[in-house]
Design a protein. Sequence first.
Length: 343
Amino acid sequence: MTKPFLEVLSGRKQAVPPIWMMRQAGRYLPEYRELRAKAGNFLDLCFTPEYATEVTLQPIRRFNFDAAIIFSDILVIPHALGRSVRFEAGEGPRLDPLDTPEKIAALASHADFAKLEPVFEALRRVRGSLDANTALIGFCGAPWTVATYMVAGQGTPDQAPARMLAYRHPQAFEKIIDVLVENSIRYLVGQLEAGADVLQIFDTWAGVLPPREFARWSIEPTRRIVEGVRQQVPGAKIIGFPRGAGASLPDYVEATAVDGVSIDWAAQPSLIRDRVQNRVAVQGNLDPLVLIAGGTALDRAVDDVLENYGSGRLIFNLGHGILPETPIAHVEQMIKRVRSFKA
Ligand code: CP3
């Protein structure tokens, strides 16, 4: 059997675009909330293979998406590097800030991969439960985005602490990035060996960087990860998500050699078609807010994505993660409309 999702990434457009959603396992699903409550804390949910497998499969059972994404988080790498990572209810992640050259000098070079073994085990289990048409996605955070949380110790509105550290102490900041590059390569290769078909690299905060910094801290580390993974797994399929990259997307695609790129809802359709989709698959880009709004606004927005990108290689997705307030009926409405698309 062929997987439509992999076909698109391999250069073969599908008449009906394959579909999945970033953050498709999560709080908008009652069955997720139930298991989340049972697991206690979020990292226990990620690191208990039985739970992580179940949560990964929940959206597949409900919506029959074309791809499952392994349930984990981008902050499991800092955790495995020995940094303290906690998820406070309703507040998001909390880490011990890594914000001085002295602290950075003491950062471990190698993650403890035994801590990540439950993620690999969950991948093996999910692999065994998926049908032959459904792809399995492994992922990591891009070094820049992971570093923004490690430096600040939490999410920030403008990623100022990491940007400032990169200006004031570029060599120290580079050490964080280098450690993340090397460990992300190993983590991603481990995910492929455990059964992932495809990898996605999430650079959620790429869009705050000026062009020179974007080239240095987003493009270059991602390029090294792609190259490092393919040295060990030739032909590995990789999707990049430099959120907010805007007019820098063609440079990102060319330099990193990704097979596909996830675009946010502010992307300019003609730029994407002429300078991105002509080279790689495009994934996106419905506004998660219109999925909450529903009704005719949702139908129109789905049609816009299909009209803008449906004549080329498209993987239908949101422009960022689904929000917890999203009604399930609206997800169903979106999927039905995408699957009845005729190019
Ligand atoms: O897509 C999926 O369904 C797979 C699972 C997944 C999670 N996080 C689970 C999660 C993926 C791919 C991520 C990626 C991630 N994590 C990113 C990059 C993508 C993006 O959405 O921007 C980032 C920046 C993080 C860091 C992170 N994890 C934050 C900022 C938060 C708190 C905010 C929030 O959404 O709650 C998390 C927690 C988190 N990761 C949750 C889930 C389902 C919610 C935790 C809970 O259930 O209490």
